[in-house]
Design a protein around this ligand. Structure first.
Ligand SMILES: C[S@@+](CC[C@H](N)C(=O)[O-])C[C@H]1O[C@@H](n2cnc3c(N)ncnc32)[C@H](O)[C@@H]1O
Length: 304
């Protein structure tokens, strides 16, 4: 049985800034998009409606459960949708090798609401579960492997750089001391240890939130995949096509901004807006997850 953090079968994910994405990529009938993080298919469905009757989407996700959900949610679009399993960089490499060119590429980064809500995936600190956090459950190290094996200095660096955790050294020290006595196995183990190390419990933002975020980003190689994917995505676009990236983490947004600036400097295209696009107040009110979202869109140069 799947255990849900909300106590209900919340198998949904509200797509963030779907209208802004469509407007800024200039979605029009007949276009083709690659959605590298298809999730529950929210953005893909919006694109398919805007590009009816012949627009198409290739949807990729490294999480097989997400693909099953996308398949169910997008079934009405029939052959206009193709789904593939794999991370964004592998998916792009495969499409480039097939000689595909598209009008738009979308990256909606991070975790989905379904992943957070499914307790046994180990993403949430709200309930006790195996300390896993892998988006692709078939490969790589779990979060438990990482906290039980990484050297102390490396753990501190990860917490600081990926979690923006100001007390990274103290937490890393406590993790190493505790694992020498008993290895970490569950989300509850980790949450309790961070609470003890920081002498803080609960609160509006839980003291272990930054630690969980940092470990999730490391386990899933989120920044590395982003860096690898941006130039590949640009290659996959037809001249004049658009790359849209939604980031929820300042480190991710910094990478996207810097890459777009450098690509523009090389004459490969230009950003459609100087500043990142943020959700309207109404969306921020109705979908808390959207509050930290930053959308950046890059238009590939026309063929010369
Ligand atoms: C924020 S959700 C996307 C939600 C989707 N836009 C929607 O409207 O339903 C992110 C999804 O992308 C997947 N994901 C995150 N990073 C990925 C990457 N680098 N490559 C492939 N999939 C990734 C996650 O497994 C998750 O299902």
């Amino acid at each position: 049985m799947i255990r849900m953090a909300t106590g209900e079968a919340s198998m949904s994910h509200v797509p963030v800034m779907a209208g802004e994405v469509l407007r800024n990529i200039g979605a029009a009938p007949g276009q083709r998009m690659v959605d590298l993080t298809v999730g529950a298919g929210g953005h893909a469905g919006a694109f398919l409606r805007a590009t009816a009757p012949t627009g198409t989407v290739v949807g990729c996700d490294r999480d097989r459960e997400a693909l099953e959900l996308a398949e169910a949610n997008l079934i009405a679009f029939g052959p206009r949708v193709t789904l593939r399993h794999g991370d964004s960089a592998s998916c792009l490499r495969a499409l480039l090798a097939e000689g595909v060119a598209v009008d738009a590429v979308l990256l909606d980064l991070g975790v989905s609401s379904m992943q957070l809500d499914e307790i046994d995936r180990g993403f949430t600190l709200r309930e006790d579960a195996p300390l896993d956090m892998r988006m692709d459950a078939s490969e790589g190290r779990t979060a438990a492997d990482v906290v039980n094996e990484l050297p102390e200095a490396e753990l501190a660096r990860v917490l600081r750089e990926l979690g923006d955790e100001p007390r990274a050294d103290r937490i890393a020290r406590a993790l190493v001391e505790r694992r020498a006595r008993r290895p970490f196995r569950t989300t509850g183990d980790l949450r309790d240890l961070v609470e003890q190390a920081l002498h803080r419990r609960g609160g509006r933002i839980h003291p272990a939130t930054r630690t969980f975020q940092a470990l999730r980003m490391l386990v899933n190689r989120e920044l590395e995949l982003l860096v690898e994917s941006l130039p590949l995505a640009l290659r996959l676009l037809r001249p004049g096509g658009h790359l849209a990236v939604i980031a929820f983490h300042s480190g991710e947004d910094r990478i996207v901004k810097q890459w777009m600036r450098e690509a523009a400097g090389r004459g490969e295209g230009e950003s459609v807006s100087k500043r990142p696009i943020t959700p309207e107040r109404e969306e921020q009110r109705s979908n808390r997850r959207s509050r930290s979202a930053r959308l950046r869109v890059f238009r590939k140069a026309d063929a010369s």
